[in-house]
Design a protein around this ligand. Structure first.
Ligand code: PLP
Length: 495
């Protein structure tokens, strides 16, 4: 026990501590304050969700990037009501309204409320998910969530995985694991060949760059009329590269391309990878969750033969943004890529001498949010069957849209959808089709009842209709068809 009061400086130190404590202890919000704040935030959310159908699906930003002074911090505290007003007025009032059932752009995300509650629960109790030592229960839950995804993909025991912030980091982890598994070192990079398709997601190239592999040869394998990688062309390219003294290494197969929703021929690609000792990566960021659906599952056959697999629960499981999953078939590869420890972690082994395997051992991150709960809670609350049905519904809605949109005047439609993206465009009586469709997308955004985005393939501007909202149903698709008929009719008449 240290006796206080001996030093001459102590009285002033004590006074200063008391003063600081008084100011700083405001951070310890007492129960009534917590309850009041929770009520106010919940009321805000309710009013947002309540009005979600009435709000335009896209709202233009009235502020043109000028940051209003109210966004800045000040030394003084502000009441929550005022802060929420600032948030509503300057932050939350513009852009795409993703939780709208009529958001059909890009790849729609969800925003399941119970998942948000999982985040709240995880953050408010703030246990540490990075290390098993700190929270063995959290580690157990996350490992069982990861195992569920591994089972979904048909991976064997021994697979390991990580819950990431999204598909980008998940792909990065898989690529680093593939690099280490093949023992690639800097001197090998210029000879290493990666096979992609023109529809591979741009974040794959970004992950290669972040993984230090900018020098690797990236071979673009052509796609067929159904927008799927041409497996014959892949095999010929691999053979030619072997012949040229290069080192074929990695094939990126996409199970649900973002542009078209197409699925690359996974079984054929798996055969080619097996014959040539290539690492097969399946990017199922968008499409992977359709393994849960009756119609989607057989279309994704072959994924079980891949070496690594990515799925984004913040897309296909309708969760709010912030959740991807990477699974590596031979889990040791993921551990080899990411396992690292510091001396300040030496106590872990004293509590778990046999297996202290932690999330941080398979991830580029150390400290990270407890992502497992945002996945686990909704799956527990609704049951897997609900997700199966919702995903099946989205596939059928896309098929329905594909059938119906063809009946509109002047429509040219893409192939029947592999998943839940339909591509199409309107043809003008005369003039430039690209221009017509570009103007249509602008007109739809201005109208605000539905939101669609576009892509282009070999110079052709294509409209995309992507269905993935948990709250998107038949009525919403009918409304989209009606709005499209009306707006496209107007533009075509004026052309
Ligand atoms: C969305 C997407 C990604 C990127 O995932 P993020 O979660 O946005 O980082 C990668 N691949 C495909 C096919 C995607 O649709």
């Amino acid at each position: 026990m240290i006796e206080a009061g001996r030093s001459a400086v102590l009285p002033s130190l004590e006074a200063r501590l008391a003063e600081l404590e008084q100011v700083a202890s405001v951070l310890e919000e007492p129960a009534p304050v917590r309850a009041e704040r929770l009520r106010a935030v919940a009321a805000y959310v309710e009013s947002y969700l309540d009005g979600v159908e009435d709000r335009p699906v896209y709202q233009f930003d009235p502020e043109h990037d000028a940051a209003p002074p109210s966004l800045r911090f000040s030394e003084q505290a502000q009441p929550l009501a005022q802060v929420l007003d600032t948030y509503a007025g300057h932050v939350d009032a513009s852009g795409a309204n993703i939780v709208s059932p009529r958001f059909f752009g890009f790849i729609p995300s969800g925003g399941l409320y119970s998942s948000a509650l999982g985040d709240f629960l995880a953050a408010a109790t703030n246990r540490y998910a990075g290390a098993k030592f700190s929270a063995p229960g959290l580690t157990r839950l996350e490992r069982s969530v990861v195992r569920w995804f591994a089972d979904l993909a048909g991976y064997p025991e021994g697979a390991e995985g990580d819950l990431t912030s999204g598909g980008s980091v998940a792909a990065l982890s898989a690529i680093v694991a593939a690099r280490e598994a093949h023992g690639l070192r800097a001197r090998d990079f210029e000879r290493a060949v990666v096979y992609v398709s023109p529809l591979s997601h741009h974040t794959i190239l970004k992950a290669l760059r972040v993984a230090g592999l900018t020098e690797a040869v990236v071979r673009e394998v052509p796609i067929d009329a159904a927008y799927r990688m041409d497996a014959g062309a892949l095999e010929r390219a691999v053979t030619a590269d072997h012949g040229a003294g290069l080192a074929p290494w990695l094939v990126i197969a996409t199970a649900g391309t973002t542009d078209m929703g197409s699925i690359d021929p996974l079984p054929l690609i798996a055969d080619i990878c097996a014959r040539n000792h290539l690492w097969m990566h399946v990017d199922g960021a968008y499409g992977g969750a359709f393994l849960l659906s009756e119609t989607g599952r057989p279309r994704l056959a072959g994924v079980e033969r891949s070496d690594s697999f990515v799925v984004d629960p913040h897309k296909g499981l309708f969760l709010p943004f912030g959740c991807g999953v990477v699974i590596v078939r031979d889990g040791q590869r993921l551990l080899d890529a990411f396992h690292a420890r510091g001396p300040y972690m030496q106590d872990f082994k004293h509590v778990f001498p046999v297996d202290d395997r932690s999330a941080a051992d398979v991830s580029p991150e150390l400290s990270r949010p407890f992502r497992g709960l945002r996945v686990w809670l909704p799956l527990k609350l609704f049951g897997v069957a609900t997700f199966r049905a919702a995903l099946e519904e989205k596939l059928l809605l896309a098929r329905y849209f594909h059938e119906q949109v063809q009946r509109l005047d002047g429509v040219e439609v893409g192939p029947p959808p592999d998943l839940s993206v339909v591509t199409f465009r309107f043809l003008p009586a005369r003039g430039d089709a690209n221009e017509l469709n570009r103007r249509l997308v602008d007109a739809l955004r201005n109208d605000g009842r539905i939101f669609l985005s576009s892509t282009s393939l070999r110079g052709t501007y294509l409209l995309r209709f992507a269905v993935l909202g948990f709250n998107t149903h038949r009525d919403d698709v009918d409304l989209a068809l009606e709005v499209l008929a009306h707006k496209a009719g107007e533009l075509r008449r004026r052309a």
